[in-house]
Design a protein around this ligand. Structure first.
Ligand SMILES: Cc1ncc(COP(=O)(O)O)c(C=O)c1O
Length: 439
């Protein structure tokens, strides 16, 4: 919100937050996240019986976010041992957890099983076999879904399509792998198969790929029922619901996906004479992206006449790798001159030693000055969670704001954090002339 020309986020003056907590700074309006969850409840959970919403933690998963999601009654999609650990540390009820991943380690599968994660989403027949042996050895059956690659191309960047034929994710439908997987589950005491999962991709703003995938899945569910007598109790249709990053875009309502999906599933099940399974969705970005902004300080302005004006900031691809990774677009404004007239188009560039470290191009800004606070909008998803320490850059702090209240939920890394755990062997420093101990 802009008040008297200044950007206000969660009731707090953005430039004031930058001054108090330093930059770069991730700022999440907690109330906006809860509003999104309320919309999800109104449009999906309360509208359709036997449904569940699961937050995809990969989008943004500090402990405070785990606690928020837990308090709202949602499930949690986790994709690594580290995410399971974080969720446990935050007291997240593990029975509402989903453990995903195309390349899970044996240790992670054991960890998920021991932690009591509600559903392990098995990604392939080899993993299925491994999980079966772990579960049988432990005498603790695993409750699972099987992830399927429906062979659908989503309209999004190729790095975030996941459901196409040839994808590294899921069991392909091009041969009999799915039927063999289901048979394996039905013959094992260690595996309790509840149904299937697919995820077509991320940042998708039209519902066609989800609908196509659901049609394909229902055909297979019907086949498996006829041939093996397996009845699908749960169908997880993944996430991927997009948001508007640029001023001329619009974030779709969640109902523009879920209404047609539910209708399609209802009709398909009736046609095949199957009971409708419980339907689960897994939004990440849609829930958290728009609640977040990142604040930077302008360090330099470099005008190359007739070509470009570079506005350098004190962060970049380390706190937000998405533009460098897959050309993601962002909009930005100056926090203290938020509605001042544009002085022309600029490129907002990061401080890393990469020419591709550009946060946003062609952004209309008032004449930028060194020391200005610049806000990049819509950065709640896949920024903090993808942040890295390239060029020995400390990760920024994360703060939650709400109605003028502020709390630091992740401390800014220090230079000491960057070298923690490192050591210099004696044979490098020359301190021990006897040389290294041999193995
Ligand atoms: C299995 C699965 N579910 C859900 C999501 C969430 O996607 P999004 O944040 O686009 O909603 C992802 C993201 O890649 C995913 O891989």
């Amino acid at each position: 919100m802009i008040r008297e020309g200044r950007l206000v986020w969660g009731g707090c003056d953005a430039a004031g937050l930058a001054e108090r907590f330093g930059t770069p700074l991730y700022v999440i309006d907690e109330a906006l996240v809860r509003e999104k969850i309320a919309e999800l409840r109104r449009s999906f959970l309360d509208r359709w019986s036997d449904t569940q919403a699961v937050y995809a933690g990969k989008a943004f998963l500090p402990l405070a976010m785990c606690a928020l999601v837990a308090s709202e009654g949602l499930g949690l999609d986790m994709v690594s041992g580290g995410e399971i650990h974080a969720a446990r540390a935050a007291g997240f009820p593990m029975e509402r957890g989903y453990f995903h991943g195309n390349s899970k380690t044996e240790a992670e599968l054991e960890f998920a099983l021991d932690a009591g994660v509600g559903r392990i989403v098995v990604d392939g027949i080899m993993e299925l076999d491994l999980l079966r042996s772990i579960a049988e050895r432990k005498g603790r059956p695993a409750d699972i879904l099987i992830r399927v690659a429906p062979g659908v191309d989503a309209h999004t960047h190729k790095y975030v399509i996941t459901g196409h034929t040839g994808s590294k994710f899921g069991v392909p439908l091009t041969d009999d792998s799915l039927a063999r997987s289901v048979e394996l589950c039905m013959s094992s005491k260690g595996l309790r198969l509840h149904g299937f999962h697919f995820h077509v991709g991320s940042q998708i703003r039209e519902n066609t790929s989800h609908l196509l995938a659901v049609d394909i899945l229902m055909e297979h569910m019907n086949e498996l029922r006829k041939i093996l007598g397996f009845e699908t109790k749960e169908l997880n249709v993944g996430g991927g619901f997009g948001v508007a990053y640029l001023p001329d875009e619009r974030t779709p309502d969640i109902a523009s996906f879920t209404d047609p999906l539910m209708e399609r599933i209802g009709v398909g099940c009736a046609e095949f004479g199957m009971p409708r399974p419980k339907v689960i969705i897994e939004p990440g970005r849609w829930l958290v992206s728009e609640a977040g902004i990142t604040l930077y300080r302008v360090t330099t302005v470099k005008k190359i006449p007739g070509i470009v004006t570079h506005v350098g900031v004190d962060g970049g691809m380390t706190d937000n790798p998405r533009p460098a990774l897959y050309g993601a677009k962002y909009s930005a404004l100056l926090a203290e001159r938020a509605d001042a007239p544009s002085g022309g188009k600029v490129s907002i560039v990061g401080k890393c030693c990469e020419s591709g470290d550009i946060l946003a191009e062609g952004v209309e800004l008032p004449e930028p000055r060194r020391g200005d606070i610049l806000a990049v909008l819509n950065t709640g998803a896949y920024t903090f969670s993808m942040a890295n320490n390239y060029n020995m850059t400390p990760r920024p702090a994360v703060i939650f704001v709400r109605d003028g209240k502020v709390d630091v939920v992740v401390q800014r890394q220090t230079y000491d954090d960057l070298i923690r755990g490192q050591s210099i062997p004696d044979f490098v420093s020359g301190r021990n002339p006897a040389g290294p101990a041999s193995l």
